[in-house]
Design a protein around this ligand. Structure first.
Ligand SMILES: [Zn+2]
Length: 186
């Protein structure tokens, strides 16, 4: 194994998975106050998305970690059940998303989330332990439900955008990109 350097990927000390950078505001919002007070900093943490792994956040430089027990909320990414949360801003759980996707309503859910994000109602960095928009995870759950349906037509989910079309992100247009592309096609 090559020596770890600043440019090498930050790997979870418990499971070895590569962690995604978690914004400081996410740590400050979702870590329990007593665990938060023990941290040297809220900057520079990574989120471990492995379902099996008990570590939620780890810091590649300080070595500090935050376990599930140190979180104020249940971390859906660390669960498998139908009541695990997929969309933290608007409360969509995996069972509901997959059930509605199987009933052909997957696009309705994506439209609902996309429209609320476009109106600036989302607070992904403060609500989602990953610190980013849930759209990619919601789409994955919908596609999984569709794959489970034997003989179902191939995915026709709009676009490939996995992040909020939120005005709070700055440069996003008021109309979600996927919606815009759809309108241009028609
Ligand atoms: Zn891990």
């Amino acid at each position: 194994m090559p020596p770890r350097s600043a440019s090498s990927p930050a790997l979870c000390p418990e499971c070895g998975a590569r962690g995604a950078p978690a914004p400081s505001v996410t740590i400050a919002s979702l870590v329990r106050p007593e665990a938060l007070a023990a941290l040297a900093t809220t900057e520079g943490f990574r989120f471990c998305a492995s379902v099996e792994c008990g570590t939620v956040y780890f810091h590649p430089e300080t070595g500090e970690t935050v376990a599930r027990s140190g979180m104020r909320i249940r971390v859906g990414q660390k669960e498998r059940g139908p009541d695990r949360t997929l969309c933290y801003c608007f409360g969509y759980k995996a069972g509901e998303v997959q059930g509605r996707a199987a009933a052909g309503e997957g696009s309705t859910i994506l439209r609902d989330i996309g429209e609320k994000c476009a109106r600036g109602l989302d607070r992904c960095p403060e609500t989602n332990p990953r610190g980013a928009c849930c759209l990619g995870e919601v789409k994955a759950a919908i596609e999984e439900a569709r794959r489970r349906l034997a003989g179902s037509p191939s995915s026709n989910l709009p676009g490939h955008q996995d992040e909020c079309p939120s005005p709070s992100r700055g440069s996003f247009p008021a109309t979600p990109n996927w919606k815009r592309r759809k309108e241009e096609r028609s």
